[in-house]
Design a protein around this ligand. Structure first.
Ligand code: CAO
Length: 261
């Protein structure tokens, strides 16, 4: 039980400390000390670097009815062939297709020289939850891959992730990142940019929600939120909004995504 005297003693301790200095806290006897290592150590470093980036966040929602119908139609057949097809390969391909139209977002920022390097290769990083913490391997040259090839690559990375055995090559040269936190839950999230990249997108959970159709009738729709965080030093809101609209177009009209139009 915390008594009034405890609070007063604590306040006295704080006010007695020199200005600007933090009070030395001692762990309680039963506290568990957890060292920060491996992927979590890397997360510490990259996330601290990200603090200096002025983040601009743009969010929207997408109707994934058609995408889910398509995926549900083929997923069992693919499972028999050893491929697990989630919505993620479609999200990744749509990100790449939209980058074809807005290539300046597939870039690295060189702060020292104040330049932006626009990459031809769409090496799309996927935030992955592993037993050792968050890691972001990438799928290389997504612009050249079809949905099944992306699914195979994602399955391979997930297998390696489970064993905390992702190679350095899989972690290198990411040009653009995506994070699917919706696997776990949540509607919106503000993703954090991984420097030197300039954009990251994050999805929430697919939720069945009432929405109006073209005729004004209320229908059940599968809705997913998307939030894009962009480096506002080099990306303006209009560019991000245009990109997001393109991504949404491919997600809501998967036939355009699949035929490459
Ligand atoms: N909403 C609802 N269901 C979802 C979903 C979403 N947003 N995303 C995935 N699912 C479903 C999948 O369709 C799959 O269902 P089926 O069993 O019916 O096929 C199931 O959840 C499991 O998906 P998965 O995890 O195997 O595959 P995925 O391709 O969707 O995601 C990966 C892969 C690597 C993105 C994910 O496993 C992961 O690690 N996510 C966490 C990312 C993270 O930590 N982000 C935070 C970064 S900041 O700390």
């Amino acid at each position: 039980r915390v008594l009034k005297e405890d609070i007063l003693a604590h306040m006295e301790k704080i006010s007695a400390s020199p200005a600007g200095k933090r009070v030395e806290e001692k762990p309680t006897a039963d506290a568990t000390i957890v060292p920060i290592k491996r992927y979590s150590k890397h997360m510490w470093k990259t996330m601290t670097q990200s603090l200096s980036i002025p983040h601009f966040v743009y969010s929207d929602e997408c109707n994934v009815n058609r995408l889910m119908d398509y995926r549900n139609e083929v997923k069992h057949l693919l499972k028999e062939q050893g491929i697990s097809l989630s919505l993620m390969p479609f999200f990744i391909k749509a990100a790449s297709r939209a980058l074809e139209k807005v290539p300046q977002l597939n870039s690295w920022l060189d702060e020292e020289n104040q330049t932006v390097q626009i990459h031809e290769e769409h090496n799309i990083g996927i935030a992955m939850d592993t037993p050792d913490g968050l890691v972001v391997p990438n799928i290389k040259n997504v612009q050249k891959l079809n949905i099944l090839e992306i699914a195979r690559e994602l399955n391979r990375l997930q297998e390696h992730g489970k064993k905390s055995a992702i190679s350095l090559n899989d972690l290198s040269n990411t040009t653009f990142s995506l994070s699917n936190i919706g696997v776990i839950g949540g509607t919106y999230t503000k993703p954090v940019i991984l420097s030197p990249q300039i954009v990251i997108g994050a999805f929430g959970k697919v939720q069945k929600l009432p929405r109006f159709d073209d005729k004004g009738n209320v229908t059940a729709a599968n809705i997913i939120s998307i939030s894009w965080a962009a480096d506002h030093r080099v990306v303006d809101g209009v560019t991000m909004a245009k990109y997001s609209n393109l991504w949404k177009h491919y997600i809501e009209n998967p036939s355009f995504l699949l035929i490459g139009a």
